[in-house]
Ligand binder design. Structure first.
Ligand SMILES: [Zn+2]
Length: 140
């Protein structure tokens, strides 16, 4: 089974067949991915969450619910090909340059994106994992 790799309020700016990097707080992804190749399903949502999407919109017709639409959008598949783990300010510039969100390819832009995703400022000395992946599929 693939892990779910979710972006909060941003898409994946990585073409099929190209390599991207995403930076996540803490060690969870480093532990998941060390020593073996991990497949991931790429998702995007407006809200951080695990499991079923809490942002469900009910589509009604004549007062009756005819469909439910969630905000989670499936964006395709990738294979994790490596991880780097350490303090945010030590993130290697070459990995920063591959950030999968274009606006996060500077440390300042990355800090803003992390704040958006985690709901608080992330300190330069906090430990993060950079997940390096090869994108195998882009979903429409
Ligand atoms: Zn969701």
């Amino acid at each position: 089974m693939n892990w779910q790799l979710k972006n909060i309020r941003h898409d994946f700016d990585v073409a099929e067949g190209d390599v991207g990097v995403t930076v996540r707080l803490g060690r969870k992804w480093a532990n998941r991915c060390t020593g073996h190749i991990v497949g991931v399903d790429l998702w995007e949502c407006d809200k951080p969450h695990e499991g079923p999407c809490p942002l469900v919109e009910k589509i009604r017709e004549d007062g009756e619910v005819i469909a439910e639409v969630t905000h989670c959008k499936y964006r395709g598949k990738a294979k994790v090909i490596g991880v780097w783990y350490g303090e945010l300010h030590r993130l290697p510039p070459a990995l920063l340059a591959l950030e999968h969100e274009k606006s996060s390819r500077t440390l300042d832009g990355l800090r803003k994106s992390l704040k958006r995703g985690y709901g608080r400022e992330i300190g330069d000395d906090e430990e993060v994992t950079a997940v390096i992946y090869y994108r195998t599929e882009v979903a429409d």
